[in-house]
Design a protein around this ligand. Structure first.
Ligand code: CTP
Length: 396
């Protein structure tokens, strides 16, 4: 599978570094060419001799050894830079563009995609600083591998474990394998809308855009060309083919309609306002004695309008946030709006819905099938949504 692929393997100072030796063997056995780069702290756990023997190549370890442009050559040589194990310290340096060793120099110089397999104790992994660094790296297109829960070398249990070398190999294989959404155009809406009342006030909701952003990242990982139409959010956005920022439901309607015809798969994950003020005051509304009545009119249902124009080869996916009779309500929305799938999240489930990094969903298909998923990160949930759509597409 990996015949002729050039992999730069970055190894940091973690006890999991010994497992990287097995990883080198697996990669070489699959036909990959492996060049190892180690950080100075990796040397406390493993020796360069081990890795030069296994990779059959010299190990790049000191920025000032050999030629000083080695990091640039290596960064341009690789098809993939895989940092495994990636420590909290190296992830932090990578997120901040700090260069003080061979690996961080290669990372900044690398013109190829980057994959990291974090490995650290659960407390370090869960620390907001580490999580923020991982998010920063992800938003720049770095593939962050899942760090499973389990027992650490310290005796503590929790997430942050180094995945088994076989699992990493599988991820590398998938990375180089055929991408299921290659050549497909995916259109995603995300975030809230803002409905102006006057120049200083508006109506909105609690959506942070996280789920839609994760969907966009997942679609890109699967090879799609992605257009993201996103309401006002404060999150850093990933690098995508096209990002259209909108404010109101009407602007979102326009942007989605402009792009719908050319899209193969459209997902409406935005929390669109159902109502907007009947009139928008040109001036700041001054307070009066007594109460005030704000008259609202209906916005257009974007998803329904897309459902009405949908061609047979297009796939349309909606979201439903329900509080009661969840599956029945979602099913009726799917039918009413002529959808292929609807993703249901219930506010009754802890950890699901607005804000936060987790979600618990069920995916209803137009033929009546329902796939229910446990509570997962929004990144994993996004992958589940695409895998379900792809699987169904392969069956049909
Ligand atoms: N949606 C939309 N345009 C709107 C409102 C909602 O495209 N004006 C989309 C959302 O992006 C979501 C789906 O419709 O994908 C379901 O939204 P929701 O507000 O839950 O459903 P409604 O059909 O508005 O039903 P209800 O208010 O009765 O729950």
């Amino acid at each position: 599978m990996l015949e002729g692929k050039k992999i730069i393997l970055g190894i940091c100072g973690s006890i999991a570094a010994y497992k990287a030796a097995f990883l080198v063997r697996l990669l070489v056995k699959e036909g990959a060419m492996v060049r190892v780069v180690t950080t100075p702290s990796a040397g406390h756990f493993v020796t360069d001799l081990t890795f030069s023997n296994l990779s059959k190549n010299p190990v790049f370890t000191g920025l000032w050894d050999g030629t000083w442009t080695e990091h640039v050559h290596l960064g341009n040589w690789g098809d993939l830079l895989l940092v495994a194990p990636a420590t909290a310290n190296s992830l932090s340096k990578m997120a901040h563009g700090q260069v003080d060793n061979a690996l961080t120099a290669v990372y900044l110089a690398a013109s190829c995609p980057v994959m990291v397999a974090p490995a650290m104790d659960a407390d370090m992994f869960l620390h907001p600083a580490t999580q923020a660094n991982l998010q920063t790296l992800q938003s720049r297109g770095v593939h962050v591998l899942h760090s499973p829960e389990g027992e650490h070398a310290s005796g503590l249990t929790g997430p942050g474990r180094f995945p088994e070398p076989e699992e990493i190999l599988e991820q590398v294989r998938q990375f180089f394998g055929p991408q299921p959404l290659q050549g497909k155009k995916v259109l995603i809406s995300a975030g809230p809308t803002r409905e102006a009342i006057d120049p200083v006030r508006f109506l909105t909701n609690h959506s942070t855009g996280t789920m839609g952003i994760e969907l966009a990242k997942a679609a890109r990982k699967l090879g799609a060309t992605v257009t993201l139409v996103i309401g006002p959010v404060s999150k850093e956005l990933p690098v995508l083919e096209e990002i259209i920022r909108v404010n109101s439901a009407q602007e979102m309607y326009q942007a989605m309609n402009d792009h719908f015809q050319s899209s193969d798969l459209t997902i409406m994950s935005a929390a669109v306002a159902d109502y907007t003020p009947e009139t928008v005051s040109d001036h700041k509304i001054k307070k009066q004695e007594g109460d005030m009545v704000l008259r609202l009119k209906r916005t257009r249902d974007i998803l329904k309008s897309l459902g009405e124009q949908k061609r047979p080869n297009q796939i349309l996916v909606g979201f439903a946030l329900e509080t009661q009779n969840e599956e029945a309500n979602a099913k009726s929305k799917l039918e009413r709006k002529n959808l292929d799938f609807i993703v249901l999240n219930s506010l009754a489930d802890a950890g699901a819905g607005f804000g936060g990094n987790t979600n618990k969903i069920a995916i209803l298909h137009k033929n009546g099938e329902i796939n229910r998923f446990p509570l997962k990160s929004k990144a994993e949930t996004a992958m589940d949504i695409f895998q379900t759509i792809i699987k169904k597409g392969n069956e049909d």
